[in-house]
Design a protein around this ligand. Structure first.
Ligand code: MV4
Length: 449
């Protein structure tokens, strides 16, 4: 097992990883930017080191600075958390070359899944269902236009290096093609330095359902149920839950098997998430694979009773998973709400400032993942997520009720938050019915209606 882990992240996920290290008897090192000197992570870790100025590119996104810190502090592994360097194959490769274990899959797997068209090709070969479309990268706009005609409109074009909505356009007729292709590839070039695009049939209002997997070095792969992340606003997840309310046990097994097949096909190691789109007929299609731990991992931890961060660390240290798939039982229903420092009435504009006072909810089935404390500053330089509230209960309705209570109890003074907005989502009859899809917030999520 590792002696000392450096956490290449900030906020609540850094705190979450420090806690896992503590339970495992592993020393933790926090890194912090000049802006984060007073962070909870820096206080809770066994050691902490400043890695640079506030802008992420000079601190949390600097592979060189992070690796230098790891070497200086004598860490034998790095946990990247999510965002920042977590899916950067160059960084994973640098760790490999420095003989510091990157807690995640190897750099080649990260690169392979980072190319969304290559990932999809691998899945076709493995027999995992994918959205119908043109196989591979589009050689040019004109070829794309001809292929779109064959597939039939509406279609969607996506950036090969994208994910999460950037460089993506829905095209509903041939007349729109030229303009949309040009604008999407320009956006992709700017965001990823890669203008390459791929093409798919556009599925109207699907659900976003993702399967958590764990894979060890020996090739044992397990699925840990799914998370429904259909409540999104501009490709930002707002609320996630497990299980998905419309999935039958048969579909769940099929989707889980497909996710395991996907992971096995690429020799995957560590924790990963296989994203699917689920249509109204109950068909599901592979979209992409995320090679990191995700923000919403706690809902899976609550329904499985497993500690995903500890599992990641054990796998990275070479331990095997001594389980059988049948032993992984899903119990009850879990929901996560992301509480952000933002002003819903001003188009969800971030609202940095000082949290002058706070009170976290508790009681049976309530979990709070946060790095916020009374007096802490919320920086304008980083993500505005303050708190993840997670409610777990026997049924979806009971979990929703627990979450409503937790949202009512939660006090965050000094900054505006989306607490009330989340409360309104939970109360909405369409959400309550469990029949919502990815168009839910577009349709019902605007304020003052
Ligand atoms: C799609 C789709 C419909 N058809 N692909 C959005 C982010 C990126 N991961 C892919 N996305 C979508 N891809 C096909 N072929 C609809 C979406 C989509 C979406 C997906 C998940 C959650 C919310 C969404 C909101 C709008 C569009």
């Amino acid at each position: 097992m590792f002696r000392k882990i450096l956490i290449a992240n900030r906020g609540e996920i850094a705190v979450r990883i420090i806690r896992a290290c503590r339970e495992m008897g592993i020393l933790s090192v926090a890194v912090y930017s000049e802006e984060d000197e007073d962070s909870l992570a820096a206080m809770l870790a066994d050691e902490a080191i400043c890695i640079g100025p506030a802008p992420s590119s000079y601190s949390y996104l600097s592979a060189e600075r992070i690796l230098s810190a790891a070497i200086a502090m004598g860490a034998d592994a790095i946990h990247p958390g999510f965002g920042f360097l977590s899916e950067n194959s160059r960084f994973a490769k640098m760790c490999e070359e420095c003989h510091i274990r990157f807690i995640g899959p190897d750099s080649e797997t990260i690169a392979r899944m980072g190319s969304k068209s290559e990932a999809k090709k691998n899945m076709v070969e493995a027999g995992v269902p994918v959205v119908p479309g043109y196989p591979g990268v589009l050689p040019d706009s004109q070829t794309g236009k001809r292929e779109a005609e064959k597939i039939g409109y509406p279609v969607i074009i996506k950036a090969v290096s994208g994910g999460g909505g950037k460089g993506m356009r829905i095209i509903r007729s041939q007349e729109e093609w030229d303009l949309q292709y040009a604008s999407a590839s320009r956006e992709a070039e700017k965001a990823f330095g890669d203008s390459r695009m791929y093409l798919e049939k556009y599925l109207e209002n699907p659900r976003h359902v993702e399967v958590q997997i764990l894979a060890d070095r020996e090739g044992n792969v397990f699925h840990l149920g799914e998370r429904d992340c259909s409540v999104q606003r501009h490709h930002q997840k707002v609320l996630e839950e497990s299980p998905c309310s419309v999935l039958t046990e048969t579909q769940r097994q099929k989707m889980g098997d497909a996710a395991v097949k996907a992971a096995k096909a690429v020799g995957y190691e560590n924790a990963g998430t296989v994203e699917f789109l689920l249509d109204k007929q109950g068909n599901f299609y592979f979209m992409e694979m995320n090679t990191r731990i995700q923000v919403e991992h706690p809902v899976t931890e609550e329904v499985t009773g497993l500690d995903l961060i500890q599992a990641q660390i054990r796998i990275a240290a070479g331990e095997s998973l001594p389980w059988k798939q049948e032993e992984i039982r899903l119990r009850g229903h879990a929901i996560e709400c992301r509480i952000n420092a933002e002003i819903p009435a001003r188009n969800f504009m971030p609202c940095p400032g000082t949290v002058t006072d706070c009170h976290f909810p508790g009681g049976p089935g309530i979990r709070v993942d946060s790095a916020v404390y009374a007096g802490c500053r919320i920086s304008p330089y980083y993500d505005s997520m303050l708190v993840k509230l997670i409610a777990h209960a026997d049924t979806r309705e009971a979990a929703i009720r627990r979450m409503e209570g937790a949202l009512e109890e939660l006090v965050l003074e000094g900054v505006e938050t989306n607490q009330e907005y989340l409360h309104e989502i939970l109360a909405h009859p369409v959400f309550r019915s469990g029949e919502h899809d990815t168009s839910f917030l577009e349709k019902y999520g605007s304020l003052n209606e």
